[in-house]
Ligand binder design. Structure first.
Ligand code: ADP
Ligand code: MG
Length: 403
């Protein structure tokens, strides 16, 4: 957790007053790569790294926002024009814009943003920011919204205001995270089912390659278009098919023989990946971690060969993981072209697995990765004033043990 006491001091200094505090987590997807925008199923966990927003209501309609990361404070009126390029403030203003479309005008707010989710590492710092800001703005307006509607409002902010065509997984994971659980998300119906992971037997190890390739955003949008093209081709003979969710590979295999090779491969990844998610869910329900791990590794190979969204660094990280004691499975996570891998490791090996992964990756690439063992955590919420105003370590024992 970033130093919240420090953030509160900073808030007082910049804005004056006593803020409320809101938190939303980043996420790591265990399996279901690039499936969300094809309306399939995904299996993320909310992680124990979060975006924190300290907030107080203003008497005018201005939004005054400060990012600790960028050390920048900006003021916006409700009618100010959008910036012409993507800027960190676009995510914040986009959420205000999106929420105002679903209800009464929002009051102005002072917001201070602090986060320990790394940017562009495939852990969705953007959705963590959006959801934390969304919760804060709703609370200051005395408005409530069900979490699916909040996730959709945040996705709309990113799609239509920021201009990034992200799917719905990240915002749903930030809203619905559950301690000790992965989240099975149906990206068409938006149903979310928490599935316990026995963290005494396996641990989830995230490894940020610290490399992000410039092409990531444009390639991501291209993959989306390729999937839409594949679905449109299928619809010529199967009009009920809306997205690649609606067809399985065995049927598509013969149907797609005459297609351009690249479109066929994209469709093969998505349809086989959806089958892997279902198999992974069956494995997780039975605590069959060998099978879950194997499916994660197969997912990586498909993202590499068919979907072509990995990078040399991601492949090196996965190759190293495969050699280590305690390895069960590993894959790239997030959009790809850099960012992070997620590995499943046996709990008793997790510490050495993580440190060896970091050491060998650095030896191979000359670049120090950020490797950490994460916990499946709860979703977005306002922080209780007691936690926020006292150092957590100072909380009375009875209070902590009653949680
Ligand atoms: P990812 O979501 O995978 O981390 P994105 O490119 O989708 O990567 O989102 C990262 C962007 O979100 C950052 O470049 C920045 O504009 C914005 N952002 C995320 N967290 C913060 C923060 N704490 N303060 C300011 N901007 C942030
Ligand atoms: Mg993002």
């Amino acid at each position: 957790m970033p130093a919240l006491e420090h953030a509160r001091e900073e808030f007082r200094r910049r804005f004056g007053g006593e803020p409320r505090a809101f938190r939303a987590p980043g996420r790591v997807n265990l399996i279901g790569g690039h499936v969300d925008y094809n309306e399939g199923w995904v299996l993320p966990i909310a992680i124990d790294r979060s975006c924190y927003v300290l907030a107080q209501r203003r008497n005018d309609r201005k939004l005054r926002i400060h990012s600790a990361h960028f050390d920048q404070t900006l003021d916006f009126g409700p009618d100010d024009p959008r910036l012409s390029t993507v800027h960190w403030s676009s995510y914040v203003r986009g959420v205000a814009w999106s929420l105002a479309r679903d209800g009464p005008a929002l009051p102005g707010a002072d917001l201070l943003i602090e986060s320990d989710v790394p940017f562009g590492a495939g852990l969705s710092s953007s959705a963590a920011l959006e959801v934390a800001v969304g919760l804060a703005l709703l609370a200051l307006a005395d408005r409530t919204m069900d979490p699916v509607a909040l996730a959709l409002a945040c996705q709309r902010a990113e799609n239509e205001y920021v201009g990034m065509r992200c799917g719905i997984m990240d915002q749903l994971a930030a809203c619905f995270g559950r301690q000790g659980c992965a989240l099975l998300i149906d990206c068409r119906t938006l149903a979310v089912e928490p599935l316990p992971i026995d963290e005494t037997r396996v641990r989830i190890v995230v490894a940020d390659t610290r490399m992000k390739h410039a092409l990531a955003a444009s390639e991501y949008n291209q993959r989306r278009s390729e999937c839409e093209e594949a679905a449109a081709r299928i619809r010529q003979t199967h009009p009920a098919v809306r997205t690649l969710r609606d067809i399985a590979w065995p049927e598509l295999e013969s149907l797609s023989r005459s297609w351009p090779e690249s479109i066929r491969r994209r469709a093969r990844h998505i349809t086989t990946e959806i089958a892997r998610v279902h198999a992974a869910v069956r494995a997780l329900r039975q605590s069959d971690f060998e099978t879950l791990g194997r499916l994660m590794s197969e997912s990586h190979d498909s993202l590499d060969a068919d979907y072509q969204v990995t990078s040399p660094e991601l492949n090196i990280m996965v190759a190293i993981a495969r050699e280590l004691p305690g390895f069960l499975g590993a894959r790239m996570t997030g959009g790809g072209f850099g960012g992070s891998t997620v590995s499943l490791a046996r709990a008793e090996h997790a510490e050495t697995f993580a440190s060896e992964l970091a050491r060998r990756y650095e030896a191979a690439t000359g670049r120090r990765p950020d490797v950490y063992i994460c916990r499946a955590s709860d979703g977005a919420a306002e922080l209780p004033q007691t936690l926020f105003h006292e150092q957590p370590a100072a909380a009375p024992r009875s209070e902590r043990s009653s949680q």
